[in-house]
Write a protein that binds this ligand. Sequence first.
Ligand SMILES: [Zn+2]
Length: 244
Amino acid sequence: MKTYKTTGIAIKSLRLGEADKIITFLTAGGKVSAVAKGIRRTSSKFGGRLEPGNDLELVLARGRALDTVTQVSIKKARPWLWNDLDKLEVAFAILELADKLTPEAVEGDRLLELTAAALDRLEVELRLPLLLLAFDIKALAMTGFLPYFSACVTCGGKTGLNQIGQAEGGVICDNCFSGQRSVKVGKEAKELVRQLLGVRLLNLDSVMTHTGIINEVRRIVWEHVMYHVHADFRARTGAGTSGR
Ligand SMILES: [Zn+2]
């Protein structure tokens, strides 16, 4: 059996048969799914180590259809996650977006790094909706799914950028706008996107904004995601969207 080592974070799991699970990991090499045999037995050698949210070192055995987890150790645990339901919700929303944005076996090291950084920041962050939005914007920018905010996608103009064309994938200036499907975008919303793209998550305290603008940007960004990423985002219903 050919084995290989990798590092990653468990992002979701699916029950398989009586005692097994298929676990999907975000790894430096992209997304990988592997079977964890016997994990649902109380005597499992994996214990709780494969729960989502831990940074893991993994040894996987290549299989014809699916790989198998043979060894796992924790590089970094985040046990505090499980003591705070609001934070756990945000963590699942982060992991879900990482999952949906990453096709199998594509280079994922930057997204893995960002995901780990967002989970770390979650421990101390008080503005959960802002952290989740910052993660979303960075993750979407990395994978090409963030709407283009800097110039009109039709003429390249930099003034009168008040709409985001849904099909166009970015801002449209007032001259080019002709009533196509779009969402309005305000000046402060564009400024918040610019700030979030430029700030490191551990310096998120430096971003001054308020709930109304966070909500506006989230609405704009998620209209875009729902239009362009064809996936069911279950973890999004409540996480980090309560406007605190
Ligand atoms: Zn234009």
